[in-house]
Design a protein around this ligand. Structure first.
Ligand code: ACM
Length: 227
């Protein structure tokens, strides 16, 4: 089985442009399971719940999940990607799992980071594992990494590979994922974004360093170019 990540710089607020860029990048890959960053179709740094809400989509009928399903079918691959999920009046920082046969599942981020608590509702379901035939995948999103329980729950539920969509701003995560995978005997694919988003006085710099982490560190693959 071949797995990979896509690391790129989404344009804040421009979902159509981001879907076009994602489509171009996915078409250039050759893997069985591909992980994209957190909020990869919207960008990250919102300033109000209304702004985030205006970019939210219902799943699976929203245009981003539909585009991901088309790409997964075309490439005969599984894809995990982060987006904002609208569900009634709730708005979740979520990731979707899709495959050649269409939409499979959604994970809603449980551990919201910093001001995400102002824009999003916290995930209301336990982290889950899905058997996609080639392996069993567990989903978690960015800051979930700092709570060892998230990875442990996914491992106890039988995950072989943890798909970790991220917008990392803290430098410790790539190192921490080595321990998470070692202590839980799982693989992880951390797909991070790059670039900087500045709104008023506040700026977030996203560090790249996406990586595939194995329980045996000798198999680890890291992107150290930060691009
Ligand atoms: C983060 O959870 N996006 C830092």
């Amino acid at each position: 089985m071949r797995t990979g990540f896509i690391q790129f710089m989404p344009v804040l607020g421009d979902v159509d442009r981001n879907i076009a860029r994602i489509s171009e990048l996915v078409r250039g890959t050759d893997s069985d399971l591909l992980v994209l960053p957190e909020l990869c179709n919207t960008g990250y740094h919102f300033i109000s719940r209304a702004e985030a809400g205006a970019l939210a989509e219902e799943v699976p009928q929203g245009k981003t999940t539909e585009a991901l399903c088309r790409l997964a079918k075309g490439k005969q691959t599984f894809i995990v990607a982060g987006l904002i999920e609208k569900s009634g009046v709730k708005c979740y920082n979520a990731s979707v799992l899709v495959g050649p046969e269409g939409y499979i599942a959604t994970y809603r981020k449980i551990h919201l980071f910093y001001e995400e608590t102002l824009w999003f509702d916290p995930g209301d379901r336990e982290p889950e594992v899905w058997d996609i035939g080639i392996c069993r995948v567990g989903l978690m999103i960015c800051f979930d990494w700092i709570f060892p329980e998230t990875t442990r729950i996914l491992a106890l539920k039988g995950a072989d590979v943890i798909c970790h969509s991220a917008n990392l701003v803290m430098t410790r995560c790539p190192d921490a994922m080595v321990t998470r995978c070692l202590e839980n005997r799982v693989f992880a694919v951390t797909a991070n974004r790059v670039g900087t988003e500045t709104r008023g006085e506040k700026s977030f710099h996203f560090q790249g360093r996406s990586q595939i982490t194995a329980p045996d560190v000798s198999q680890q693959q890291t992107d150290r170019r930060g691009k």
